[in-house]
Structure formats: structure tokens, C-alpha cells
Design a protein around this ligand. Sequence first.
Ligand SMILES: *[C@@H]1O[C@H](CO)[C@@H](O)[C@H](O)[C@H]1NC(C)=O
Length: 370
Amino acid sequence: MLLFKTTAILAFWSFLDHVAANQRNDAIRVKSGQSIQAAINAAHRGDRIIVEAGTYAEQLTITTSGISLIGRDAVIVPPTTPTSNTCSDLAGPGTQAGICIAGKNVILQDLSQFDGEHRKVTSVGTYVKDVSVSGFTIQGFIFGLNIAVVGAQNACINSNTASSASNYGILTVGSKSSNIAGNTVLSVPGGPFPVLGPFFPYFIGICMDDTSTVDVAHNDISGYFIGLCVQTAGANIHDNNVHDVCVGAFVDPGNDGARLHDNTFTGSVPADCPAIPKYSSGITISGATNTLVRGNRFIGIKNTGQAAGVAVLDNMDDTTGATTANASGNKVQDNWFKNNDLDILDTATGAGNVVRQNQCKTSNPTGLCN
Ligand SMILES: *[C@@H]1O[C@H](CO)[C@@H](O)[C@H](O)[C@H]1NC(C)=O
């Protein structure tokens, strides 16, 4: 008993010590007119950097583990001269990121292999760990990304507003255990963007292309061609509100075991979205496997009669029409549908796709809603 008490007291003391050690790291403060990057460069593991209200014309690079960057009404806009860092050219030649969280010695896929979306991460020397960024507004990165997480572990991107990036609001690629929560990702219609493709000026709200699980929750996403791009096996995507996009969530060919639950997908898709279910939907599973779609709400998803709440499809090459990946083992269950062109479309030929117990009215093939 005594031994237990001693151990408990020692544990308590060491806990207090730990708290004290953290408190000794007084927050570093950055005021309007000062450089956030200078504060980041001077910071050590465990430091908090609080950025006061103001507009900061900077691109930020964070490569030190354990830094918390906290905005208090701070707005990040592009500098006159772009800053070169690991996230430069990430979404194609000339693209830049507003905030770049990057590991050391990150090797990106060669630009010659760029597929028009983003470059994959080939290898990471050392992951940057436990970085958090919260409370910022990032805007004006017309040609690029608002926030990019490349070769990081346990990065937290919370409660930021990411506005009107042509390519990505938030992209995490080649990282582990990223957490993206409570952000507002939007676009302002009619901005001076270079049009990216035939359909929609702003490409992707939040994209995850990580090497191990990612949590994407409680974000509000609107005004992009694709709200959520799902390219991480086992991704956990929940409680997001996605509206006024072409595709709420696009689960990529070959992606395995993503879970999309308790999200809400609403709003007629914008008029310039292609009027086919693949690109006018709440969720499109396009040749992915073992996806779980459960407890989501799909309301008012319409595009001249061609949109679907959920579409389970084999992936076809957009140009040749050839099937490149069969959808299999996907489960669509316990979702709620109202006022969509079509609630559920399931044309996948792969084995083991299950659609059941949904509160829906219309399906193709018919009978999936009974
Ligand atoms: C899809 O499944 C069909 C059989 O159902 C098969 O013939 C075809 O090769 C598969 N395609 C791919 C890309 O796996």
C-alpha cells in the first residue's frame, strides 16, 4: 500500500514537473508588421507561437517538430515574391502553398510524372512530428494550395479558414496520422482564377493521400469541384458538412477501407458540374474497395436529373471509357436521403458491394431502397 502511494505521489510530481516544463515555454507572440516565419525559425520543440490580428504577406514553412502555431484573427496572403519550399510545385509547376508543414529530405514524384492533381511523396527522410496550426485565415493563393502537409506525423490542422485556392484548400500527402478538423474550406465565386479544367474553377477542398490513417472531421466545405478526395486507406471521414460542390466526396480507384460516416451532403451541384453521376453526387465510390458509407445525410443533390446521392461505380477512364478498377466490397448502409435526382446508383460489377437499410426512395437498379 505504501509502495503504491509512493509511486502515485512520484507520478503526480512528475506530472506537475511536466506541466511546469510546458509552462516555462512562454508563448512567442507575433504582432502585425512582424514576420511569422522569423518566429517559426527561432522556435523550438514545444513552443507555442501566437499570431495577433493582422494581414501577413508570407508563405510559412514549418519543419520543426512540436510547434503550435495559433492565429488570433491573423490572415495569411501571398508575398509579392513567392517563397521556395518543399511545397512549391506540389500541385504542378508554379503552384505555391500558404502554409507548408514538411518533413526533412522529402522527395516528391518527378514533375514529369505529374498527373494533373498533385505530386506523390516518394520518400521522407525524417517526419516532422506534432505540429499544429489553428485559427488562421489563408486566402489569395489563387494558384496553389492554402495548407499542405507533406511528410508529417500527427499534424493537426484545426479551425482555420481556407479560402479560394485553385488546387487544394488543404492537402495532406505522404504523411501519417494527420488530423484535419473544424476548418472552413470555401471558395468565393468568380475569383480571378486560372480555370483548371473544363468543369469548375476550384478543384479540391480537402484531399488526403497519406500513408497511414487520417482523421477528417467537422469541416465545412463548399465551392469546389470535389469536396473531399479520399486517397488514404482506412481514412476516417466524419461529421463534415459538404455543400455546393460537384462531388461531395470522391473515393479514388483502388483506395481500400475508407470510412465515411455521419457527414451531411447538401445543395444542388453548381451548373458547370458535368451532368453525370460520377461528377455530380454526394459520394462517388469510383473503383474503390471496402468503403463504408454509413449514417450520412444526402439532401437536395440535383443536376438536371443526372445527379446521385451515392454512386457506386467501377472506375472508367474519362477519355477512353475503359474500366480501370472495379468497385468491390463497399457497403452503403443506414444513410438518409431526401430530394435528390436519384438517391442511390449502384452499377459496380465487383463482388460484395452491399446497399441496405437506407432511408431512400429512388435507386438504380430499382429496389435498393426497399
Ligand atoms: C472487372 O471485373 C470483370 C469481371 O467482372 C473483369 O473481367 C475485369 O477484368 C475487371 N476489371 C478490372 C480493371 O479489374
